[in-house]
Design a binder for this molecule. Structure first.
Ligand code: ZN
Length: 291
């Protein structure tokens, strides 16, 4: 039986993560719920991504957020080869979920032009949060709750990238407190694409979760699909506290989106990074095979 204390803690987390905006007044360090910190240096990371610009990828600073007296750039990396479909990857909208950021160089390396898919990556989507090990931005906002009101510069920058690049598919990379990997899919994700994504994640050695972080069973393992109940909940959530995540923003534009949630409890960085690389690779192959 659940104790009153654990119920109170659950309620506190529910309010904190899903009903309150902004959650903090600053980029609060966020390492509760068993998060293992992966080392990350913003300047070195940005330099590494900028060095990837060249024949294959165009790199661009979409914004520079001021914090702590230094610029915190948000970059896009875009494959140059022409293609019929665009895959947009959002990396690190929650700054403390660092595996999603650290996966980007390998995602680019694995990407094969000529498949008919153009890759656009936004990273870091939350540079202040990334440098401070914070889920939030400089003002304590959760950017991934801000796709209704657009009170944060980061959400406005990401919206502008959506409008300019017109993605046909979106993958948003996250980590979470559960001890295995799963993904959310909105109602526009073809089941074949989700199936191939799950297969690639499992083949890479990740364990597919049988429950999501709300404790709800996942069937098939690893997939939290859009349901009538979740769609109603999303509408209420957008209407009452005025909050919206990218997955719903995409859904309203008829764009399929997958949200990866791997485990932030894992200590080994390459194990943490792997499902992010495998999923993006699998989705880009699956889209290119679609008629
Ligand atoms: Zn997240």
């Amino acid at each position: 039986m659940r104790t009153l204390r654990s119920l109170r803690e659950d309620l506190h987390l529910l309010v904190k993560y899903h009903l309150k905006h902004p959650v903090e007044t600053h980029p609060a360090r966020e390492e509760a719920l068993g998060l293992v910190e992966l080392p990350f240096d913003l300047e070195a990371y940005v330099a590494k991504l900028e060095a990837l610009g060249g024949e294959r990828f165009a790199v661009r600073r979409e914004a520079e957020l001021a914090f702590d007296g230094r610029p915190h750039p948000m970059l896009t990396l875009r494959s140059r080869a022409p293609a019929r479909a665009t895959l947009l990857v959002i990396a690190g909208i929650h700054g403390n979920e660092r595996a999603s950021l650290l996966a980007v160089p390998e995602i680019l390396e694995r990407f094969e032009a000529g498949r008919g898919v153009r890759l656009v990556v936004i990273s870091p989507a939350n540079p202040v949060g990334a440098s401070q090990l914070s889920r939030y931005n400089a003002r304590g906002y959760d950017i991934n709750r801000d796709f209704k009101r657009f009170e944060t510069e980061e959400a406005r920058v990401i919206r502008a990238v959506f409008e300019r690049e017109r993605p046909d598919f979106v993958v948003s990379l996250h980590e979470g407190p559960q001890d295995a990997t799963f993904m959310f899919a909105n109602e526009h994700v073809p089941s074949e694409v989700a199936r191939r994504g799950l297969q690639a994640i499992a083949a890479g050695g990740a364990t597919l979760a049988v429950r999501d972080y709300f404790g709800l069973p996942l069937d098939p393992p690893g997939l939290s699909a859009s349901t009538r109940v979740s769609r109603v909940a999303n509408r209420v959530w957008a209407a009452v506290p005025g909050m919206m995540a990218t997955i719903q923003y995409s859904a309203e534009r008829s764009i399929p989106e997958l949200v990866l949630e791997s485990s932030w409890r894992e200590r080994d960085a390459s194990t943490r990074i792997r499902p992010h690389v495998d999923l993006v690779d699998a989705v880009s192959r699956a889209i290119s095979d679609q008629p």
